[in-house]
Design a protein. Structure first.
Lengths: 256, 252
């Protein structure tokens, strides 16, 4: 009994510690963001790596999600003769929820993990110490460009995802299920508000922050050789995905 | 004046005392070698000198200034006077050899691209390496990686050079070449040098003064001649490399 309580207690303590470390890293990243030197070349490089290189993945996931969403809602709505609302459901769901979350999760898997692995390897091979010895703060050199890239590029990927998802839905509804293209287009935009678009983009920016910072922090605090790097990578993906999904609920609650 | 002064340092990790009232001073231009077995706190000592670790108690004075009380920003300004060569080189594997050596120049000087190129060539020349600028660290041998690490450490013309186990894992011939190189660099650049090693041959070759670290404190120090003649049983066992003696008796 005592051992069980002991383990639960330890879990909680470690959870609180991790949360503290995360917010400490966030504070320091923001602090170092505004201190010279500004390494714009590195910022740009990370943006390309995170944003441009993620386009194929975003393309496939959001497009197919839009397509399957149209297929599923059509099957359901047909039973109550509400097929005309398929378009509205697809566009609302993509803009407000699916594009930001899917993009967040996919980029976590693709980029968050590689950040943790890269920085973790630098930790175990003393490259982080070498950075400090060369009078360069690792937070500034490694965290800042990655976090900036995440916060800036995720909304762009999200816009791309929005467009592709809606287009995917359109393709399925019009070409496959033979609904009226004019009515479909009209219904896509009829019930939309500007807030639907920007709430999704705010979410995407927050997810960009979460996934990059989690990847960096997990890598930075790696201990114990190759095995430690593997653990850090897994942890980065698992915890960033969890934080994204949890914060998604609260963000939605706040933004409406 | 003493350039480096470590005063009564204590440092523990997870309850394990690594440095235990450790004090040592290094004069300007001097080459100090700290020897000791594995896990005696050699690397930890070196990391305290450059502020990568902060002591639990005690002070680290560099040119009279206490670096233990400095903020990270002040410390970074201070670290430009240091060059540190890491055990395996710790080269940035995402960059070429050229980019590695140019890294501190790009970040801390306003040199033009042409000046950087010249300086990198000078540094590579100092460590007797040629034609490797475009190579990746992973394509280099262990000895070459360390030389590139040395070149990167001296690129900002530091006043103090630190070498962390410069010959560990190298064959005896390359070890000797590296030791010669350290002596040569030390003389040419006129730096204050601190090296940690467990290789006595290397230690005697490059040291003005040798100090032995045991259980987190300095147990013996002196010129190489004095050190070799020491009657301290710990030192005797270490120099002779015997399995039986006070070192092994007290280790576990």
């Amino acid at each position: 009994m005592i051992t069980i309580l002991d383990r639960i207690g330890r879990r909680f303590l470690s959870w609180f510690e991790q949360t503290g470390i995360w917010f400490d890293a966030l504070g320091r990243t923001i602090l170092w963001m505004f201190r010279p030197p500004y390494d714009f070349r590195e910022w740009f490089r990370q943006m390309v790596r995170l944003g441009v290189d993620s386009i194929p993945v975003v393309f496939l996931t959001t497009m197919f999600t839009g397509m399957v969403l149209a297929l599923q809602t059509f099957a359901g709505f047909q039973r109550v003769h509400a097929e005309q609302f398929v378009a509205s459901v697809v566009s609302l769901a993509m803009l407000r929820e699916l594009a930001p979350v899917l993009v967040g999760l996919m980029v976590t898997g693709r980029v968050g993990s590689s950040m943790a692995a890269e920085i973790g390897t630098m930790r175990v091979t003393e490259q982080l110490d070498a950075l400090k010895a060369l009078a360069t703060e690792p937070i500034q050199y490694l965290f800042v460009p990655r976090v900036i890239a995440g916060v800036i590029m995720l909304p762009f990927l999200c816009i791309l995802g929005d467009a592709l998802g809606i287009y995917g839905g359109y393709l399925v509804a019009v070409k496959l299920l033979k609904t009226n293209p004019v009515v479909y287009k009209q219904n896509t935009f009829q019930f939309l508000q500007l807030s639907d678009v920007y709430s999704g983009l705010i979410k995407a920016a927050v997810f960009g922050l979460i996934l990059t910072l989690t990847g960096c922090v997990r890598g930075y605090y790696t201990t114990g050789g190759a095995e430690g790097v593997g653990r850090a990578t897994t942890n980065a993906v698992v915890s960033a995905s969890l934080i994204i999904l949890l914060s998604d609920f609260f963000l939605t609650k706040i933004l409406f | 004046m003493q350039t480096i002064s470590l005063q009564h340092l204590y440092k523990a990790f997870d309850g394990k005392q690594v440095l235990n009232d450790m004090s040592i001073e290094v004069a300007q231009g001097e080459s100090l070698v700290i020897v000791g077995g594995s896990g005696t706190g050699k690397s930890v000592t070196l990391k305290h000198i450059i502020g990568l670790l902060r002591p639990d108690q005690g002070r680290v004075l560099i040119a009279g200034e206490d670096i233990t009380a400095m903020s990270e920003v002040e410390l970074n300004r201070f670290r430009r006077h240091f060059g540190m060569a890491f055990q395996e080189g710790a080269l940035f594997d995402s960059m070429s050899v050229f980019e590695n050596i140019a890294f501190p120049l790009r970040r801390h000087t306003k040199m033009t691209e042409a000046e950087i190129r010249t300086r990198v060539e000078e540094c590579l020349d100092d460590v007797h390496l040629h034609g490797v600028e475009k190579k990746r660290p992973s394509e280099l041998s262990g000895g070459m990686r360390r030389r590139v690490g040395f070149a990167r450490a001296i690129s900002l013309k530091p006043d103090i050079l630190l070498f962390d186990e410069p010959t560990t894992g190298l064959d005896p011939v390359i070890s000797d070449v590296i030791a010669d190189l350290i002596v040569e660099m030390d003389q040419k650049l006129g730096t204050t040098t601190v090296t940690i090693t467990h290789d006595m041959k290397v230690a005697f070759k490059i040291a003005d003064r040798v100090a032995m670290l045991h259980r987190g404190t300095i147990v013996e120090e002196g010129t190489p001649e004095e050190f070799q003649a020491s009657k301290n049983p710990i030192v005797r066992q270490f120099i002779e490399g015997r399995a039986e003696g006070p070192l092994t008796a007290t280790e576990d």
